[in-house]
Design a protein around this ligand. Structure first.
Ligand code: ADP
Ligand code: MG
Length: 250
């Protein structure tokens, strides 16, 4: 579903991604860990067409990010084509980014109705089903300000799922939450994983990565230092840099 080969990205003189190699198979959960500033968010943003890749090859579901292939020619994607590709990718951020003036249910139906042209009553039924699924069936008419951070994050996940994405990206989805609210969000992500969703999750929740991750990738300073089975990478890492990082977050 995601394949990166030597992916590079720089901002001016600052090289942020220095040749990332990474593969996420369909239906798998890849947990991405690493110190602040190592390029994790930038890499997710590249997958989601929010940043342009400067070098290497990055494909999502076989399509080269940013380009369309016609015969053996590559054409840069037009804005509308980028939007089409982005619709198939769900993204959940550290901050929940819900529309504050809309209820939970309205937040969820907004994109399906406006972007995909789904009729409102179908969208509402689907949104209610999604709210039930994230354990918030009784909160449909609540505004974000009336929900806890953890509940808002679960609405944000439901909102992303409403677009029926083939890939979900999570960028530290529980980092901004009070500790007692983290578990419910991780439970929703765990369910999603068990239903076969392909996920790339930037997280420092080592327990989650170990239990739910099919692969763990440790990044530092723009490179993949170590990758593989989470039960190895996060329990018995080979690299000193991985060991040092884990000893800090555990
Ligand atoms: P992480 O998510 O691992 O903490 P980021 O991908 O956010 O790392 O950032 C990697 C590096 O790129 C950092 O040094 C950060 O300051 C820099 N960076 C990120 N976004 C930008 C940007 N839009 N312009 C300039 N530098 C950026
Ligand atoms: Mg980040």
């Amino acid at each position: 579903m995601v394949h990166a080969e030597g992916v590079r990205k720089h901002y001016g003189k600052l090289e942020v991604l220095k040749g990332i190699d990474l593969t996420v198979e369909r239906g798998q959960v890849c947990c991405l860990l690493g110190p602040s500033g190592s390029g994790k968010s930038t890499f997710l943003r590249c997958i989601n067409h929010l940043e342009k890749v400067d070098g290497g090859r990055l494909t999502v579901d076989g399509d080269l990010v940013g380009y369309r292939q016609a015969g053996n020619r590559l054409h840069e994607l037009r804005e509308t084509e980028v939007a089409e590709r982005r619709r198939e990718i769900g993204m959940v951020f550290q901050r929940f980014n819900l529309f504050p003036h809309m209820t939970a249910l309205e937040n969820i139906i907004e994109a399906p109705v406006r972007v995909n042209g789904v009729n409102k009553s179908d969208a509402r039924a689907e949104a209610q089903r999604l709210l039930d699924r994230v354990g918030l069936g009784d909160r449909a008419d609540h505004y974000p300000s009336q929900l806890s951070g953890g509940q808002q994050q679960r609405v944000a996940i439901a909102r992303a799922l409403a677009m029926k994405p083939k890939l979900m990206l999570f960028d530290e989805p529980t980092s901004a939450l009070d500790p007692e609210l983290v578990g419910d969000v991780l439970d929703v992500m765990r369910d999603l994983a068990s239903e076969g969703m392909t996920m790339v999750v930037v997280t420092h929740e080592i327990g989650f990565a170990r239990e739910v991750g099919d692969t763990a990738v440790f990044m530092d300073d723009g490179v993949v230092v170590e990758a593989g089975d989470p039960r190895t990478v996060l329990v018995n890492p080979e690299q000193e840099r991985t060991k040092a990082f884990l000893s800090k977050v555990l």
